[in-house]
Design a protein around this ligand. Structure first.
Ligand code: XIL
Length: 451
């Protein structure tokens, strides 16, 4: 996740717009030799996607769990910790400790976080269902506002509404306190409230049994189409993708993702798990991965847990790692579909990073520069970038990094402030203000080195 320079003043923005220099981004410092990635996150990042997992806070202390998470994934979804019963069991008393643990772990590794979920009929405390209509509306909007405010700026995408439609052929809305008391309009209201709280989070509708064309997915499709036409804020649709032999990967899985993407929303695979074992399971996992990659707006895949033993349906062994965190054939199928290569040799796992430079603000006597550091196809724990300025330029301030200077005073070596961990493909930025003293040249950003 990108950190922005702390100080962006309205006057600076006007100056920037006036000079037309906004968005001048230069790619620099391509470091490291190209090699196929050997992790899920790394190979997904190489395809411009994230690869995530559901995480339970109470497992983070288990070293094999945490090390598998950190090595293989660059996105997380709290499995239960952000649900209504977890954060607001009692009206207006908010408890974030478990979810915060997951979010801070993710942030320390620059992993994306999917927020799950704001409005859902399940894992809903009893008090919500007992409210009258007016009170329920207030409670729903308050819940969205409080939770999204607490996590503002930290969430890549929110499942604003989860599972609002019925299974079967009716295409009808599912009965819930929200549906029954507030009527169809509650979904729209939830999205509008969500947008007003955190305009930078992507807002998703999420559901299951919508993975192929069906009466249920058609109903969701009609809703999303209507929202897009009327300007109701929606950015993405999540496809849970819980599969087993009774509910296998549909043959039109990719086509279904594509028709939603064609409405102008991102699509994400949000809770993937496929019961089974061996080759059959691996083949299904490969199909899902290939389908996502074939849809430009499929921005990432999240599996619903790390080892089978912690799956919500562990008896079906539906995940990519076995109970001892060994990689299953399903893992290899996903990695291969992502274009990655399995372990050992060939330089897989080498720490690399790249940089881009942008001039973000311009004044008459100075400008701000920003360097974004992006980890390559493996997670990194530290990075270093040299930035060379032209005399008589002087750097008056820097942020989001720890600089040291050479004896000429022109070459700055920037290293992370404390923790330099970045998940594969994840980015961070540092910045500086350059007093031009008459010279407006862009600095030279040298190669990025990582370890
Ligand atoms: C599941 C969790 O995995 C379980 O631990 C919990 O007991 C019940 O919920 N659809 C969703 C997820 O959107 O939140 C559900 O997660 C699985 C189905």
């Amino acid at each position: 996740m990108r950190k922005l320079p702390r100080r962006i003043r309205p006057t600076a923005v006007r100056a920037l717009l006036a000079t037309g220099l906004a968005g001048a981004v230069v790619t620099t410092g391509l470091a490291g030799s190209a090699h196929a990635a050997s992790t899920l996150a790394g190979s997904a990042a190489a395809k411009g996607r994230y690869f995530g997992t559901a995480v339970a806070a109470n497992h983070l202390g288990e070293s094999a769990y945490a090390s598998t998470l950190d090595a293989e994934f660059n996105a997380v979804t709290p499995e239960n910790e952000m649900k209504w019963d977890a954060v607001e069991a009692t009206r207006n008393t908010f408890t974030y400790s478990a979810a915060d643990q997951i979010v801070s772990h993710a942030q320390s590794k620059s992993m994306k976080v999917r927020g799950h979920t704001l409005v859902w009929h399940s894992q809903l405390p009893g008090w919500v269902g007992s409210l009258g209509t007016t009170d329920l509306r207030t409670a729903m909007n308050n819940h969205i506002t409080q939770v999204m405010t607490h996590y503002k700026g930290k969430i890549y995408a929110w499942d604003v509404v989860n599972e609002a439609f019925q299974d079967g052929s009716s295409g009808a809305r599912r009965s819930s306190p929200f549906q029954d008391k507030l009527g169809n309009g509650y979904i729209e209201e939830a999205f509008r409230t969500a947008r007003s709280v955190d305009p930078n989070a992507k807002l998703c509708y999420n559901d299951y049994n919508t993975d192929g064309q069906s009466a249920k997915s058609n109903a969701v499709y009609a809703m999303v189409k209507d929202f897009k036409q009327r300007g109701v804020p929606i950015d993405c649709v999540g496809f849970q993708s819980h599969f087993n032999s009774a509910s296998p990967v549909p043959s039109d899985y990719q086509a279904n993702l594509q028709r939603f993407a064609d409405l102008g929303v991102d699509v994400q695979i949000t809770e993937l798990d496929i019961e089974g074992s061996g080759t059959a399971q691996a083949t299904s996992y490969g199909k899902v991965t290939t389908a996502c990659l074939a849809v430009t707006r499929c921005t990432g895949i999240t599996v619903w847990g790390i080892p089978d033993k912690y799956s919500w349906r562990s008896s079906g062994t539906p995940l990519l790692f076995d109970n001892n965190y060994a990689k299953k054939p399903a893992y290899t199928a996903v990695l291969t579909a992502l274009g990655g290569t399995t372990g050992g040799g060939g330089g897989g796992g080498t720490a690399t990073c790249t940089t881009t430079y942008a001039r973000t603000n311009v004044w008459s006597d100075r400008f701000n520069g920003q360097v974004t550091v992006t980890a390559g196809s493996s997670a990194i724990t530290a990075w270093s970038v040299n930035v060379t300025f032209t005399s008589p330029q002087k750097v008056s301030t820097t942020w989001s990094g720890t600089p040291t200077w050479d004896s000429s005073g022109n070459v700055m070596t920037m290293k992370p402030n404390g923790n330099g961990s970045l998940a594969a493909g994840a980015s961070t930025s540092f910045g500086f203000t350059v007093m031009t003293n008459g010279n407006t040249n862009a600095p030279t950003v040298g190669a990025c080195t990582a370890s």
